[in-house]
Each structure stands twice: as structure tokens, then as C-alpha cells.
Design a protein around this ligand. Structure first.
Ligand SMILES: [Zn+2]
Length: 330
């Protein structure tokens, strides 16, 4: 795991670290010794000493002392391992947003099995196959625990807020949500969080929803099923369909259109057949645009009031859906 402790302490001397944290001090005049107010307890007269040659600190006020790792443990309330991870990030090149989102996605994935309410929700939405759940890297955000985890990994509060993982109040943005990572070229570009309660059903982090979901895996197919929601996608994947992608809403952005139109192909438009007709309207509007690009759109007619998710939840199976595809009209 990363560089070892001794190398780390050489690379990041205690005094330099303290100065980065805005510790002010003066030389005592004895060798490489410095003194200032203690960052670990409240005081008005300086009793915190740093020996820059030995790379150690000692406070005569609170009695705490040790090396850089010890200081980080005390000042940030982290374990030894967390402090080490935190310091390994210090002075490292600026964090790559995709790497942070990757960490968040993994964290949420690890939470899923610990929260029966999340598994119940997936079950209600027709998702019960653990292989599918793992392949799609579905996770759960209980709320209130991502921040501590990522800060201990050394990511700054500012960065987490900028990426939208924390809300303006500094709390986890995703609370009681099932989470799907949205990847492009193997990198996590965004996270989609579906509330398991009634509150604000759909949510993405900041930024664009990006391209078509999991497009890398679908691009090669001459026939593609296009759905509007990730739960539609997930049940189709679970039923064994691999040439399926998701536009994350009925409106395709420019990037998604470009992806879909990169070669002549058949596109099975499988938007919701909901009562307000918005899915069907979107499908009617999209078809001529695809045709103009040399594609062959087909309208998949789901039973009234259904979307692909509810179709499978209510007992539909693979062969029935396959028949719907074969019956799809140009
Ligand atoms: Zn002290």
C-alpha cells in the first residue's frame, strides 16, 4: 500500500505540514526547535514545540507529542491507517474527479448489503439477481457517511462540494438513494441516485448526464434497445438483453444522439407507455430525427400504462419482451 511511513515523513516534514495548516511559530534559538500555540488544545501562551531535525512535536500544555502521523490522528480524529491514507494524498497531483466518483461508487456499493430497506426497494423494482446488481455496480447511499469516508481518503471538502457529493450545507447530497454509477470509457462520469422514499425521485450530481448509459458495451450492436430509465435498463439486463442502453430521460442530448447515430442501426424505442403520453410523444419526435441520420427506428408498444420496468415487475419475461421487439413498428 503506497509509500511507507518513513518515506512519507521525509517527503512531508512535520514543520512543513504544520505551516501548510497555517500554524505560526518562532524559533526558540535552540537548534532546529520552533514554538507556537498548540493546534490541539486551546491556549494563549505558546507551549507547542516542534523539533524540525527529529521531525517530532511535543506540547507542554496538553502533554501530547509524537510524529506527523500522530499529529494527523489527533488533529483530524482519524485512525493510524486513515491518517496514512490522508497524508499520502497530500501534495499529490490534484484529484481526478472520475477517481473521486469511483471511490464514492465503491463506497455506496459496499453499503448496499447492510441496508435491508435498499434491497427491499430493488426487489420491489424487480431486481433480485445479485450478479446483475454487481455487474451494474448498484449501490446505496444511506446518507451521512460518505463525507467522513472521502475526507479520510484525503479528498478536500471543497472538491467534494464542487463535484456535488456534498450539498451546500456540507452534508452528503445523496440520502436514502439507490445509486447507479454512469460510466464512459471505463470512468465514472456521474452518479444517478433514485430515492427510495417519495422525495425528489431522480437526482444526478452536478454536470451533464453525459452520454448513453454503458454505451461502450452496446456500440458494437447493429440493433439497440433504447429505454428512458435505469430501472428499465436493469430489468432488461437481468433478463439477458445485452443490446440495451438508456438515455436517462426521454430527451437525448447532443452527445447521446451522436453516439446512437455513429452507424446505420435499428433502434427499438422503448419509452414508457404512461397515461400522460409523454414517452410516446418523445418517441414520435425522435424517430424522424434518427431516420434522417440513416437509422431505422422501431416503436416498441408496451401494454398500456407500462414501462419496461413495470412490465417485468408484473411477471413479464424474456420471451414476451422479445415478441414485443419483433412486433415493433417502423
Ligand atoms: Zn497542546
Amino acid at each position: 500500500m503506497g509509500e511507507d511511513v518513513e518515506k512519507l515523513k521525509l517527503r512531508l516534514p512535520l514543520l512543513d505540514y504544520l505551516r501548510q495548516q497555517n500554524w505560526t511559530c518562532r524559533s526558540t534559538g535552540h537548534g532546529a526547535e520552533f514554538v507556537g500555540l498548540c493546534p490541539l488544545h486551546l491556549e494563549t501562551r505558546p507551549s507547542f514545540y516542534v523539533n524540525a531535525r527529529k521531525n517530532l512535536f511535543y506540547c507542554h500544555g496538553c502533554g501530547q507529542g509524537g510524529d506527523l502521523l500522530r499529529f494527523v490522528q489527533l488533529s483530524r480524529h482519524l485512525s493510524f491507517c486513515q491518517s496514512l491514507a490522508y497524508l499520502q494524498q497530500q501534495g499529490a497531483p490534484p484529484a481526478d474527479p472520475a477517481a473521486v466518483l469511483e471511490q464514492a461508487a465503491t463506497f455506496y456499493q459496499n453499503q448496499l448489503d447492510r441496508h435491508p430497506e435498499a434491497l427491499d426497494y430493488l426487489n420491489q423494482r424487480g431486481l433480485h439477481d445479485s450478479a446483475t446488481i454487481q455487474e451494474l455496480r448498484i449501490g446505496y447511499a444511506p446518507g451521512g457517511c460518505l463525507r467522513g469516508h472521502l475526507i479520510a481518503q484525503g479528498y478536500s471538502f471543497d472538491l467534494l462540494q464542487r463535484l456535488g457529493l456534498l450539498n451546500p450545507q456540507g452534508r452528503d447530497a445523496f440520502y436514502r438513494r439507490v445509486v447507479f454509477p454512469c460510466c464512459q470509457g471505463g470512468r465514472v462520469m456521474n452518479l444517478y441516485g433514485r430515492s427510495i422514499t417519495a422525495a425528489f425521485a431522480h437526482r444526478f450530481l452536478h454536470g451533464s448526464k453525459g452520454g448513453l448509459y454503458a454505451w461502450d458495451q452496446v456500440q458494437q450492436y447493429p440493433e439497440v434497445i433504447l429505454v428512458e430509465g435505469l430501472f428499465d435498463y436493469a430489468v432488461l439486463w437481468q433478463a439477458g438483453f445485452r443490446h440495451v442502453t438508456c438515455s436517462l430521460g426521454t430527451h437525448l442530448n447532443a452527445c447521446q444522439l451522436q453516439q446512437l447515430c455513429d452507424r446505420p442501426r435499428t433502434v427499438y424505442l422503448t419509452f414508457d407507455a404512461d397515461a400522460n403520453g409523454s414517452g410516446q410523444r418523445a418517441s414520435q419526435e425522435l424517430a424522424p430525427r434518427l431516420r434522417a441520420q440513416g437509422l431505422s427506428p422501431r416503436h416498441v408498444l408496451l401494454p398500456d400504462g407500462h414501462d419496461p420496468n413495470s412490465f417485468f415487475v408484473q411477471g413479464g419475461h424474456r420471451a414476451q419482451f422479445q415478441s414485443l421487439l419483433e412486433a415493433a413498428l417502423p
